[in-house]
Design a protein. Structure first.
Length: 150
């Protein structure tokens, strides 16, 4: 079996428009361009465009076709979706996973407190000379350069 073989189109499965596909409406229907494989596909009916754009909103491809296409034409639209699957315009959608716990905001890692540190504010660190780093630079001398500071 070739490495790129995929499952055949099954109208009972959920599908979605491939995220790398852009659809541009036209008078005849639409142009679908796949940015990944650089294929251009003509969607020759406005109802087919509507089905492709809303596939992700339905539990199955058959439900999407039933919502937008008359009964007599549904088999032809399922055949068209099969061709769009082969062209990577649509892809199979994985079923949604049950939401057991929603992730909260990202937690920041805080280091464990130093048991030897006094309670309250953290210590203030200064340079070797008693002036702050900013004061030394304002007066034109880099901190720790030696000599008398003024």
């Amino acid at each position: 079996m070739p490495g790129n073989a995929r499952a055949p189109f099954d109208p009972g499965r959920p599908y979605e428009k491939h995220p790398q596909v852009a659809i541009r409406p036209e008078s005849f229907g639409a142009l679908a361009y796949h940015y990944g494989n650089r294929r251009l596909v003509f969607l020759k009916a406005p109802a087919l465009v509507k089905v492709v754009e809303t596939l992700g909103d339905f539990p199955s491809a058959a439900a999407a076709v039933a919502a937008h296409v008359p009964d007599a034409q549904r088999a032809a639209y399922c055949q068209a979706l099969s061709g769009l699957l082969a062209s990577d315009v649509i892809r199979a959608r994985l079923p949604a996973l049950p939401v057991s716990r929603r992730p909260g905001p990202a937690r920041q890692h805080r280091p464990a407190p130093d048991p030897a540190a006094p309670p309250g504010r953290p210590p203030i660190y200064r340079h070797a000379d008693t002036r702050s780093h900013a004061q030394a630079h304002v007066r034109g001398r880099a901190p720790g350069a030696g000599g008398r500071g003024c």
